[in-house]
Write a protein that binds this ligand. Structure first.
Ligand code: UD1
Ligand code: M6R
Length: 680
């Protein structure tokens, strides 16, 4: 999905080459989010703004930049630039539709934008009536043009913050923006509503305090139609964080981004903007204002400057060919990180700090409702039954999009659990807000500290899997799965009757890293299977039952997502209600048949398939004598029934990876998909 990056240097000389490289490198760090075009804006030579945009990868934009007849050695003591990777929502991927979007052919106001402006047609119509001519199909262009219109209709008297404040008050939808203007050289304004935006700060000297004050201003704002011309009396206090000891301005650099991966190589000191914050960077100072200051505004009076904990090395590929491969192989470690400090393997106890103070409420819930999309939804399906078994609370799993369409009744005694790797998936966020409004306790399970879901839920669990960059989710799935199992165990901790069962599961969690390693060790065999038996298939069915229903859906999603082979996960219990008609000697089938209480039923599914000349590849436990000599098998170690899905998914992740390679797919960036789906 779209990515934003901005860079401001103050009293810290950089050549045009260095500025462009910083912006382009920032975009490269955001590539994993998925995009189809990219662009950036920097200062020109005559108090103008240069915009360079290109369809395709950041590498193509870099080449186009190098081809420009520019003096790349030109120094800038202070400068503000901004950049963007676009994933088309309004209009085709094209140079003209890429960002930055501009107000006019002199580039007076330029804007980069993540999100969607839902009332852009109305604004466009209004501006067209005023004589503005639009060049792109984007919703964003109306924002650039509206900014110019508002500026001019106020006799160019508004300062940059007031101007943006007035503009965004006219917008509906979700957004993160950066604005740059020839009228405000070396200044930048950033604001957000519904889309993440953070600011990294880099100074030589230590900051005086680790927060930035939210500044107050009076409520008399300018309006679009220009009736109120009074300039608000801004109560501009210098942000305490940036005061130098001697009172002299100090060199400083700011990095703005929609996600921390673009910032961490420059600085670890970041602050996250809240919805409706307006950040203004000028003269080396960062000021934060609110779009509206009202009595109901209960956001904190400061924004804290936090220290990022991710290392750049964590988001690099290392010795692997692809991020997805690296992430599959990281699982013996990432599952440990999810459990670290939370599972006591000796006392058989689980303590999730994030649920402290909330477990008694969750235990009293009338229902537990999981809400998620894609892979995250599958982790909910995989763990739903252990929740029900241990806690005897009705537990349902909902796809966020379907949940929103239905608008189901939600009550104060419901507990709603929102599972999302990114914490920024639009459907899941909207479902969360729906449940918050109805008074349910909202719990987040996310991999991204500081994400919208992490911040807006009442409590939750960070899965601590480390950054996941491949679009296909792998290590986040296993970590989400474990986080949910831990949650189920913690809720049942006081129950004597389930103690043995809890101990058995915790022992299984202890063995999990070595179980996963055992499966990774058969990777060469899986690669051979992909090359010799599966790569030519047009369609592939994955069958299983009980705990393994989720494994089938997740395995099929992986395969279709990155190898573009049609694949369907089928609940074996449903076989004779329809899907059996598909089975003949040509249909490729993988059957998940590890040993649990459903084994006899899956055996009968195997017979039904075999009787129709099907010849499935069977994922079974090591040494299963019933299968070994009669079928093609993939052997995996046996673990607790409710954890077996964590082991069984590994061969399917690896198979999907090898199939994608054989098909020549760009594994980490499959076509038409984005890592973080921040629009509905
Ligand atoms: C926390 C610290 C961790 C530290 C540990 C030591 C953070 C992010 N985590 O981990 O660095 O090592 O204490 O005791 O600082 N939350 C939500 N919604 C979510 C996810 C989390 O509201 O979707 C909340 C939790 O309720 C909690 C906080 O965020 O208040 C941190 O959650 P989590 O990281 O899971 O807590 P700990 O494991 O205790
Ligand atoms: O960030 P989230 O977990 O909320 O994302 C949800 C889905 O978009 C995501 O799991 C998607 O299905 C994956 N690309 C699948 O590999």
């Amino acid at each position: 999905m779209c990515g934003i990056f901005g860079y401001c240097n103050f009293l810290c000389e950089k050549s045009r080459r260095e500025v462009c490289d910083t912006l382009l490198n920032g975009l490269s760090r955001l590539e994993y989010r998925g995009y189809d075009s990219a662009g950036f804006a920097v200062d020109g030579d005559i108090e103008d703004t240069l915009i360079i945009k290109q369809v395709g990868k950041v590498a193509a934009l870099r080449k186009l930049t190098d081809d420009q007849p520019l003096d790349f050695s030109k120094p800038f003591i202070s400068h503000c630039g901004m950049a963007h990777t676009r994933w088309a929502t309004h209009g085709q991927p094209s140079q003209i539709n890429s960002h930055p979007q501009r107000s006019d052919d002199k580039n007076e106001f330029v804007v980069v934008h993540n999100g969607i402006i839902t009332n852009y047609k109305e604004i466009k119509l209004l501006l067209e009536k005023k004589g503005y001519v639009f060049e792109s199909d984007t919703d964003t262009e109306c924002v650039a043009k509206l900014t110019k219109y508002v500026f001019e209709s106020h006799n160019k008297e508004l300062n940059f913050t007031e101007l943006v404040k007035t503009v965004v008050k006219e917008l509906e939808g979700s957004y993160a923006f950066i604005f740059k203007s020839t009228h405000f050289p070396n200044e930048i304004v950033a604001t957000r509503r519904g889309s993440p935006l953070l600011i990294g700060v880099k100074t030589q000297k230590k900051l005086k305090v680790d927060f930035v004050d939210v500044e107050s201003s009076d409520n008399s704002f300018a309006t679009v139609e220009g009736q109120d011309m009074s300039r608000p009396a801004l109560n501009r206090s210098q942000s305490r964080a940036f005061l130098s000891e001697d009172g002299l301005p100090q060199p400083i650099e700011y990095f703005l981004a929609s996600d921390a991966s673009a910032i961490v190589e420059h600085t670890k000191r970041v602050l996250y903007l809240e919805d409706d914050d307006i950040a203004h960077i000028a003269d080396g100072e960062l000021h934060i204002h609110r779009v509206r200051r009202s009595k109901e505004d209960n956001t904190a009076p400061t924004r804290s400057i936090q220290t990022l904990e991710i290392e750049l090395a964590e988001i690099m590929k290392g010795s692997f060919d692809h991020f997805m491969q690296k992430e599959i192989y990281e699982q013996p470690e990432s599952v440990v990180n999810t459990m670290r400090g939370r599972v006591n393997f000796e006392n058989h106890e689980v303590t999730l700090g994030g649920l402290r103070g909330f477990t008694h409420i969750i235990r009293r819930a009338r229902r537990i409702i999981f809400v998620a999309c894609g892979t995250s939804y599958h982790s909910c399906l995989a763990t739903r039954s252990i929740f029900e078994e241990l806690n005897q609370i009705g537990t349902q799993a909902e796809l966020a999009s379907d949940f929103l369409d239905r608008e189901p009744p939600i009550f104060r005694d419901d507990v709603c659990v929102f599972v999302s790797q990114s914490g920024e998936t639009a459907d899941t966020i909207l479902a969360m807000r729906y449940c918050l409004e109805r008074g349910a306790l909202c719990v987040g399970v996310t991999n991204t500290v500081g994400s919208s879901i992490s911040r807006e839920t009442h409590c939750g669990v960070h899965i601590n899997a480390g950054p996941e960059i491949g679009v296909a989710s792998t290590k986040a799935y296993t970590s989400q799965y474990i986080a949910l199992v831990m949650m189920a165990i913690q809720l049942a901790q006081d129950s004597k009757s389930s103690q043995k069962r809890r101990e058995e599961i915790i022992d299984g969690l202890y063995r999990l890293p070595s179980d996963i390693k055992e499966v990774l060790a058969i990777d060469a065999k899986l690669q051979q299977l992909a090359v010799e038996q599966l790569a030519q298939e047009k369609s592939l069915l994955i069958l299983g039952r009980g705990y393994q229903n989720a494994t089938c859906l997740e395995g099929a999603l992986k395969i279709k997502e990155i190898s573009y082979i049609h694949s369907e996960g089928i609940f074996a219990g449903e076989l004779k209600h329809g899907p059996l008609a598909l089975i003949d000697e040509t249909m490729a089938v993988i059957l998940v048949m590890t040993q649990d209480k459903y084994y006899p039923k899956v055996q009968s599914a195997l017979q039904q398939v075999s009787a129709r000349s099907g010849n499935p590849i069977v994922i079974c436990n090591t040494g299963d004598e019933n299968l070994k000599n009669h079928h093609r098998t993939i052997e995996v170690p046996k673990t607790s029934d409710c954890l077996q899905g964590l082991v069984n998914i590994i061969p399917l992740q690896l198979l999907s990876y090898h199939l994608a390679i054989l098909k020549g797919v760009d594994v980490d960036f499959p076509r038409n998909l984005a890592k973080s789906v921040t629009v509905e």
